[in-house]
Design a protein around this ligand. Structure first.
Ligand code: ADP
Length: 620
């Protein structure tokens, strides 16, 4: 039978595994046990969903079987098993979760030292085995066997494997001068590895162990073989907080939530009284690879007294905290609770309510005490928080507003809204912001110049959701948000405003001529005092800035939204002085050029770039 080849990506990872640093190799067992435990979860969970109440939980187990004569270590589980197609798909291509992220970030890394820290999945078997044979039987499918000796591919064939579940046979590599693989066949070594890495696995991990005991009624000893359960099966969150090390939390997080990095923070909450539950929450450092796809499943794992009843319970987390990973275990929940019941479960919503407050408090603590960490977090998930502010017509804006950070033009770093307001000079009444595609574009926005000159800081917005969030917020500590492109900047005295009105009145014939020249391309033509060194700019209409229009245009059906703006001219600019003296043809040419450059500065596309280039050259 010809061998199938691993996909290129898988091959790279495989290669990394085969040549991994010796000291890390022991983690292969943790990876395989963790997969076995997941598989049992799946089988149990599926049975529950089919409404089978009589599932015998005590029959589930993971078994280790060292065989020194054959130099094999066998790991068996009675979990869900895999069909031939699944063997092919799951083990032939690179695995989805942890491994993929690992590959994305580290496959090219020279330093294989990192392996020890990450969950790298099934391929870890190749760290210790020269041949891996996987017998598997999924209920209702034909049993099959997958086999591989590493880089040169694998085979999948039908096999006679009766029990439902999976049996993985590792044929260990030969011992070298400095490397011993035979140790993975020693009882004490396996016992201590399970204790070290897999103690909290909720299913018994069993092994036959030889023991010598006194013969009954005699002084002689005999050797007996008996089953030993190697793990304590106490889930981590049920242990005493003071007995859990930081490393144990991190390990648990990586194993259960398939991340390759430590979380930014861990919350272990024990609530007692009216509502008793334990929650173990983690805030990751970075989004999971599918975070922004529809495949991403938000929510917390839900346990009733240590038994998982739901993988992703959405009711426990508001959408704006959907980056939080973790679980809730409560003795008061019924095992057979259904999705529909969950939605109306008072207890659950009370738990959710408590959790979101704890999460908020923790985020604000990190923001206060570990600013750099918070910024890392914010770069990963700030967008989610801002959507949270905007979503549901701002229903959660007050709850979330202090989690936000924006880039300060003056400080050139992230600031909170409170920090911005605290630093405002007495005379400043509004919180100013400018929006654009990139930070450097926003900083150079002509509209921002006068505001900055007045000694006021400006929040630089570069994400599509930013301005929408601020508009929904309206104000912070009674200071309204104001775009530097707002019609009224609240920057000038009444006298200055009157003066501008007067000049606008005088300029009316000229402004009308320009409007005629530009036609529908602009809503109207006005004078502005917001500009300093630039001649013209575009501003939005009816509370909608140019940036917001750009965002809306990106949305489905958005292309039909008309892109027309107010065209504002700076009467103090030398170019403006020249306009009045031009004849109609020349005026049209100048007006077109001014409009084009205003569009470019605003990051808007030109209707006719070639015409722009031509008329610029002509003028030059
Ligand atoms: P991950 O567990 O991160 O998805 P792995 O490489 O460890 O990646 O495993 C790939 C897939 O193979 C798993 O997602 C699972 O579907 C399947 N699998 C691995 N081991 C078992 C097992 N013992 N029983 C059933 N399925 C398994």
């Amino acid at each position: 039978m010809s061998k199938k080849q691993f996909k290129t990506e898988s091959k790279k990872l495989l290669d990394l595994m085969i040549h991994s640093i010796y000291t890390h190799r022991e983690i292969f067992l943790r990876e395989l046990i963790s997969n076995a435990s997941d598989a049992i979860d799946k089988r149990y969970y599926a049975a529950m969903q089919r409404g089978e109440t009589g599932v015998d939980k005590s029959a589930f187990e993971i078994r280790l079987e060292p065989n020194k004569a054959a130099r094999t270590l066998t790991i068996t589980d009675n979990g869900c098993g895999m069909s031939a197609a699944e063997l092919e798909q799951n083990l032939g291509t690179i695995a989805k979760s942890g491994t993929q992220a690992f590959r994305a970030e580290h496959a090219d890394a020279e330093d294989v030292d990192i392996i020890g820290k990450f969950g790298v999945g099934f391929y870890a078997a190749f760290m210790v085995a020269k041949k891996v044979t996987v017998y598997s039987h999924r209920e209702g499918e034909e049993p099959a066997v997958w086999e591989s000796e590493g880089e040169d591919g694998y085979t999948v064939k039908p096999a006679g494997y009766e029990p439902v579940g999976t049996k993985i046979v590792l044929t260990l590599k030969d011992d070298g001068d400095e490397e011993s693989y035979g140790e993975f066949l020693e009882t004490y070594r396996l016992q201590s590895l399970v204790k070290k890495y897999s103690d909290y696995i909720r299913y018994p991990i069993r092994m036959q162990v030889e023991r010598s005991r006194k013969k009954e009624g005699s002084d002689e000893y005999e050797t007996v073989v008996e089953d030993q359960t190697l793990n304590s099966q106490v889930p981590l969150w049920r242990k005493n907080k003071s007995e859990i090390t930081k490393e144990e939390y991190a390990q648990f997080y990586r194993d259960v939530f398939h991340d390759y990095e430590e979380p930014i923070t861990t919350l272990h909450i024990n609530a007692e009284g009216m509502l008793s539950y334990t929650a173990l929450l983690f805030i990751p450092k970075h989004p999971p690879f599918d975070f922004n796809t529809k495949d991403f499943k938000r929510g917390l794992k839900l346990y009733a007294n240590g038994v998982m009843i739901m993988e992703h319970c959405e009711e426990l987390l508001p959408e704006y905290f959907n980056f939080v990973q973790g679980l809730v275990d409560s003795p008061d929940l019924s095992l057979n609770i259904s999705r529909e019941m969950l939605q109306h479960d008072r207890q659950l919503s009370a738990i959710a309510n408590n959790l979101k407050k704890k999460i908020l408090a923790e985020l604000l603590r990190i923001q206060r005490e570990e600013r750099e960490t918070y910024e890392t977090f914010y770069k990963a998930f700030g967008r989610t928080l801002k959507f949270g502010v905007y979503d549901k017509f701002g229903a959660n804006k007050d709850f979330l507003k202090d989690t936000l950070l924006f880039w300060s033009r003056r400080e050139d770093k992230y600031v909170t809204l409170k920090e911005y307001v605290d630093a405002m000079p007495e005379a400043q009444k509004s919180i100013y912001y400018a929006a654009g595609d990139t930070l450097s574009q926003v900083k150079k926005l002509p509209q921002a110049e006068r505001v900055a000159d007045a000694g006021y800081d400006i929040l630089c917005l570069t994400e599509d959701v930013d301005e929408f969030a601020l508009r929904i917020l309206e104000s912070y500590q009674e200071k309204p948000f104001r775009s530097v492109s707002d019609p009224d900047l609240d920057l000038f005295t009444d006298e200055q405003k009157k003066e501008l009105e007067k000049r606008a009145e005088e300029a009316k014939p000229l402004l009308e001529r320009i409007k005629t020249a530009l036609g529908d391309k602009v809503l109207d033509v006005r004078l502005t005092d917001r500009l300093k060194s630039t001649a013209a700019c575009l501003t939005g209409d009816e509370g909608m800035s140019v940036e917001m229009f750009k965002v809306l245009r990106q949305m489905p059906n958005g292309a039909s939204i008309p892109m027309a703006f107010h065209f504002e001219l700076n009467p103090d600019h030398p170019v403006y002085a020249k306009l009045a003296s031009l004849d109609d043809d020349k005026l049209k040419e100048y007006a077109d050029l001014l409009l084009a450059q205003a569009k470019l500065v605003a990051g808007l596309p030109l209707n006719d770039p070639a015409a722009f280039a031509e008329s610029m050259l002509k003028l030059m």
